[in-house]
Design a protein around this ligand. Structure first.
Ligand SMILES: [Zn+2]
Length: 163
């Protein structure tokens, strides 16, 4: 079943699977890919304007880590580990929430950073995550926010190369 997504750059796409569309290059994540390994990719979340909100996704259309080989699972976690280290190197991220939901048909894992603006508005809890993402879409998607996100993606790619 197809659905429409709107990216933080205000582009709309009709997708069968956004994960597969990003892997194939039909949809370019904001600022482009940050890193990739043989079976996984790392990029900024395309739909939520939160700086350094990273996604690690499988290249294959699988739903669960249960469908990975041991080697693939290790490769995946290695990328998650490096992505988390990268968030620390970006400077102002003190804490990251790691989420992997199997409701999605295409395996992806969220590395959601915590910022001061969130502390003022939302309890630091899993239960506020959806509300917080909605708030970001509605109130933190202006030109400066997007510019900062794109600069962070660029900086992330540079730091990745240096690591
Ligand atoms: Zn897919």
């Amino acid at each position: 079943m197809s659905y429409t997504i709107t990216t933080i750059l205000c582009q709309s796409f009709l997708c069968e699977c956004i994960g597969c569309d990003i892997v194939s290059g039909r949809i370019v994540p904001p600022g482009g890919m940050i890193a990739e390994s043989e079976h996984f990719i790392l990029h900024q979340d395309p739909e939520v304007p939160i700086r350094a909100f990273f996604i690690v996704a499988s290249k294959a259309h699988i739903q669960s880590m249960d469908q990975m080989s041991v080697a693939e699972a290790r490769e995946c976690f290695d990328l998650v580990y490096q992505a988390r280290k990268l968030q620390s190197r970006l400077g102002d991220i003190s804490e990251v929430l790691v989420i992997q939901e199997e409701r999605s048909e295409h395996f992806h894992l969220w590395l959601l950073p915590r910022y001061a603006w969130m502390d003022e508005l939302f309890a630091n809890s899993l239960t506020t995550v959806r509300e917080m993402l909605k708030y970001a879409r509605e109130h933190r998607c202006n030109e400066d926010d997007i510019k900062e996100i794109l600069e962070t993606v660029k900086r992330s790619r540079e730091l990745w190369r240096l690591a």
